[in-house]
Design a protein around this ligand. Sequence first.
Ligand SMILES: [Zn+2]
Length: 177
Amino acid sequence: MRYWLSAASSPLLAWVAGSVLITALLPGCGGRSLELEARWRPLLEVKEAPFAPEGGAVTIGRTVYVQDLDELKAKEPVRFDALMLHEQYHARSQKRVGLLKYSALYGTSAEFMAEEELPAWALQLEHLRGHGQAVDVLSVARSLSGYKTVIGNHRMISLGDAERFVRDVLSGRWGNQ
Ligand SMILES: [Zn+2]
């Protein structure tokens, strides 16, 4: 109890402790899972978890968490692959940076979050564009401008910059300037 009180008094510590706890407890949570092909390494599987964002996904270590596995399986292969490219980018970064440090940075720094999310989204959007899939620019931009750090509530990107980012990715300008 004392530990929790002192942990809660520091939002960063609480966030890091929470991430570690979630990582430690989740393997035993027993939700349905889907094994991933070797091409998605270091990712191993997708699991159902109630904390995953609705219609989206979150990667912790080598596992992608979604709310509804059926919804994921029903995706067209191109959209499934696009999402996995995005999550694989995070899994690779987590492996490189270390999960603890990654969680601390992602939870507190809008700059770090942008360094993670923009390339991951670029991979996803480029894959969709490359396979002739329509992308709703404004809807993606709105999602991106909704990303905020857990600690401090810092916005990752403004709506205007997010819209520019999506258009640049789709026109092949992003990353080539
Ligand atoms: Zn992401």
